[in-house]
Design a binder for this molecule. Structure first.
Ligand code: ZN
Length: 422
């Protein structure tokens, strides 16, 4: 199916998007034909032992760049993939998050196309125009052209480890709060907002959410609905020209947990598993904002703020200072605007019909996905700490910043966690 038939609204021309998306049973058998339509010359397969086994080792005669088990999409792995693929006409990625990111970035660096056979509905990066990479210990996103074609075989998706599928749903559920953060940033800093990403994704997200229980029982329609919604979430980011419609303050909580784990040499948890729980927290924060009597809070002098950043972020402070300073430089202007326009902004937020924490948690619980801090192995004290400082790691304004600037945080951190029910 052409992407244009797959997306429910017309898309403006000029965006680098996949040309073809196929979701359904038996799609694996179409991989060779699809690759032949989109790739020239010789092709190189990219996968890891688990993803190849999950996909039934398709196209076994093709040369292979085999990642190690449990790979990371880091600089070194991308460099090895680029070296292995030099001279190839295209890549055939067989995998999900990490394999797709490595193949996407390697293909981008070489200026060659790639196609992907997804092995899990675990994240929304299949169609996106960015690769999530680990660069010198930091989680970054690098530009990378999306695949020419995406195949999601529901037989493979339904057999994938359930934890990956649950994480895919968790990542997807951030949509209403992420998009509201994007709207809020535009109202306050005029950074731009469009309803097009929502028009692309909302019906598919609602369909996937309604089918959540079926994810745990191997229902093919549920897996198809999740796969479609995740692909469209990636498309939404491409048409937005940014990850903003799918990544707001809730993602900052998840990113900071990852950065701290990596700095300490610990394994990270599944992205979407963290995002699902963080979305319950963000939903609770929005409910508090809507009811708040604002106490507009002027930013502290930068010297005090820099001292706080050093104290709270420790070894990560050096990488946090840059984005935090840029956002701090604009803080006084934001507070002035909030002081002038809060009732109007609050009414605009109220009209967005934000989900309650219970509405976020219900589909997570329906498929057995993590929906409490305890499910993630995170203490309440650590969640409170990360809720206080996650806004520091990115320049983009989110609900976390606004909550501080109207005085809801840090005062109500405990109440927000209680309201979130996590
Ligand atoms: Zn995400």
């Amino acid at each position: 199916m052409k992407l244009t038939d797959f997306v429910p609204v017309p898309l403006p021309a000029g965006h680098p998007l996949p040309e073809e998306v196929r979701v359904g049973p038996g799609r694996r058998a179409e991989l060779a034909d699809v690759a032949a339509r989109h790739l020239a010359g010789t092709w190189l397969r990219v996968g890891d032992p688990d993803t190849l086994a999950a996909a039934g080792d398709p196209l076994p005669d093709l040369e292979m760049f085999r990642l190690e088990r449990h790979p990371h999409a880091d600089d070194e792995t991308v460099a090895r993939a680029v070296a292995a693929a030099r001279g190839a006409g295209g890549l055939v990625a067989i995998g999900s998050g990490t394999v797709n990111d490595v193949a996407k970035r390697a293909a981008h660096e070489l200026g060659i196309p790639y196609v992907v056979l997804g092995t899990a509905a675990s994240m929304n990066g299949y169609a996106s125009g960015i690769a999530a990479l680990l660069s010198r210990g930091l989680k970054i996103t690098a530009p990378a052209r999306p695949p020419r074609a995406i195949l999601l075989d529901t037989d493979i998706l339904a057999a994938a480890p359930l934890a990956l599928t649950r994480a895919g749903l968790g990542d997807l559920l951030s949509k209403p709060v992420s998009d509201s953060d994007w709207w809020l940033a535009d109202r306050i800093e005029g950074t731009g907002y469009s309803t097009l990403p929502s028009l692309v994704t909302d019906a598919a997200v609602a369909d996937a959410t309604a089918h959540a229980a079926g994810l745990a029982t191997g229902d093919r329609d549920a897996h198809a609905a999740l796969g479609r919604a995740l692909v469209l979430s990636g498309v939404a980011m491409v048409v937005a020209g940014s990850s903003a419609p799918a990544s707001g303050g809730e993602h900052l909580l998840s990113h900071l947990w990852d950065m701290e784990a990596l700095a300490a040499g610990r394994e990270t948890r599944l992205h979407g598993a963290q995002v699902g729980v963080a979305t319950c927290i963000s939903a609770a924060l929005y409910q508090r904002l809507l009811r708040a009597t604002p106490v507009f809070t002027e930013p502290p002098p930068w010297e005090d703020e820099a001292a706080r950043l050093h104290a709270e972020h420790g070894a990560l402070a050096d990488s946090v200072l840059g984005p935090a300073k840029r956002k701090h430089d604009r803080a006084a202007a934001r507070v002035a605007l909030l002081r002038d326009r809060w009732p109007e902004i609050r009414d605009g937020l109220a009209a967005r019909k934000l989900p309650t924490p219970a509405e976020v948690r219900a589909p997570l619980a329906a498929c057995g996905a993590p929906n409490t801090l305890e499910h993630l192995g995170i203490s309440r004290a650590d969640a409170a700490r990360v809720l206080r400082i996650a806004r520091d790691i990115r320049d983009r304004v989110t609900v976390l910043d606004v909550a501080f600037e109207i005085g809801v945080l840090p005062r109500a951190i405990g109440d927000v966690l209680d309201d979130a029910g996590v």
